[in-house]
Design a binder for this molecule. Sequence first.
Ligand SMILES: CSC[C@H]1O[C@H](OP(=O)(O)O)[C@H](O)[C@@H]1O
Length: 338
Amino acid sequence: MTPREPLRPVGYDDAADRVRLLDQRKLPAVETWLELETAEQVADAIRTLAVRGAPAIGVAAAYGVAVEARRGASPERLREASRLIASARPTAVNLAWAVARMSRRLEAGPAALLAEAHAIRDEDEASCRRMGALGAPLLPRGARVLTHCNAGALATAGYGTALGLVRAAVEAGNPVTVFADETRPFFQGARLTAWELQRDGIPVTVLTDGMAGWLMQRGEISCVVVGSDRIAANGDVCNKIGTYALAVLARHHGLPFYVAAPWSTVDLATARGADIPIEERGADEVVRINGALIAPEGVPARYPAFDVTPAALVTAIVTERGVADGDLAAALRRLAGA
Ligand SMILES: CSC[C@H]1O[C@H](OP(=O)(O)O)[C@H](O)[C@@H]1O
């Protein structure tokens, strides 16, 4: 089977000076690309989950600043554009990290800003591939890996974080398979993880979000591998809502619980998970599917988009700088100095 073109959801059209985003709201039904020219358009794409996933959001943000510069924005406009993009979503630290990195170069001119955005993109995919190489040996031969949400190529510049470990294991000849939690209410697992793994020929089975415990009880899950949106200095891991429940179940059933995230997701300035801002999204995203109500009109709903898994429930954190395990706070401090 001819290998498919690697999946890279964020790009830049140098000739037209446009940011290109694979519209993840439309997958798996159709592959359509957004062609964006302003910070407002990029911020809206991040806010509405056209692009999502901590690293991918950071790459999109970087190109959102770069495209403004390439289209002649004044220094004041660039600062305003940066603030606007950074405010699009509160939880994934990669967004603020990428905007801050671009802001340090605002005076360097359009060409330098575009080069910085390209570097952020290239570094992220390289980090994902490095994490894959470091993390794949953690997966037993023929492992049945449970994932939550989408921490694949679609959530990054390419290759993926959690799914990067899966890809690297398969490339090394380990026939791992994946159980993908559908991950309500945006269905990142059913729509995105299943799509990208099927595209790569990696066996994937979709689960509803409540099935993991039963499969663990029956010995059908080998380990859990997830991504992250922000990792606090003490090793607490913020990730898609439902992750914490999986960590508790994994601990109860004696299964490894791995987190894969680039160093740009580690936030040593945030001491512990309780300090991480958790995005609350609209109730309509819970009670409507494709616009159709699935609950009685007027019944309230909650949508905290993330939760926090205490470091004590995390077996190891795989970063491109190395694998943190044991005392995660101490291990992260060591990797910070790496
Ligand atoms: C590789 S980070 C992916 C991370 O981002 C997802 O959230 P969202 O789809 O709302 O951006 C989820 O938490 C994934 O684990």
